[in-house]
Design a protein around this ligand. Sequence first.
Ligand code: SF4
Length: 337
Amino acid sequence: MSDATPRETIFSGIQPSGELHLGNYLGAIRNWVALQSSYRCFYCIVDYHAITQAFEPSEMARRVRDMAGDLIACGIDPAQSTLFVQSAVPEHTELAWVLASVTSYGELGRMTQFKDKSEKSPDNINAGLFTYPVLQAADILVYKATKVPVGEDQRQHLELAREIVRRFNTRFGDTFPEPEALYSSTPKILGLDGQAKMSKSLGNTISLREDDEAVWNKLRTAATDPARVRRTDAGDPDKCNVFSLHRFFTTEERQAEVRKGCTSASIGCIECKKWLLEGIKADLERIRARRAELLSKPDAIDEILADGARRARKVAAATMAVVRERLGLPRMPGPAG
Ligand code: SF4
């Protein structure tokens, strides 16, 4: 694909968690899909990041393939974006080693995600977890990405990546652009408990693959405005997580109807949730249909990922050739010559 004006480059990654849930879809993937037409997008399934936490090797290939299938079903177009797996492009880890040499131990120790993950898994505080932000910086910089769609929780890592760029460029010459965050306007998606961010590990999610009955069973018991204890109590939709999901899945007319009915206690929460279910069902049915179509061609996903890796590698190898030259390392044969 060629453009008269070169488009800015975006990089974003997602771990092969097995399956996407509504929080991923609303908070990140819908945004990825929207960005495809305006940017040159590299979307990566970051399996090397995933191995820094406990995992089952026999499940990894399936997790990666499932994530690719979900992303494509949600609207990532492999003809428009480069969709690939991190471990298929060895330049990511190669550049990470180089960048680690301009990153200080103290900086990595200050990363709050490292502290949080270490507290959660005290038996598995490995060096990969510690240097995770350096690999993240390499993921971005190997494509010279200038924009990175991130959530607020990634702000610190992106700031570190920018610091790494400044240090590398000062020491070895202007090589990388400073990547900027592209914050989504989507507010944080709370889980069905209405308390914490939607997260698979907290069990407060709806998976994109759940059938209508399973979705309803979860929705039926989802937290609402805590002040609305009885059916006759008026509620406040702005204090209700169910209403925040309505904003994504139902029409403005329906939302106005909910607001009126909730604040006057003329509708019950079950009725309100049934309306939401109809909206969610329509979206999930479309995603499930696309996914089933993909899975009907067994090798299709593998071929898409192999093609994505070839395209990504061409760019990554060219960057590494420059990096090696700047570092005074011997010239290596490879796709970039
Ligand atoms: Fe929430 Fe709807 Fe119940 Fe109001 S009626 S509290 S918006 S679930």
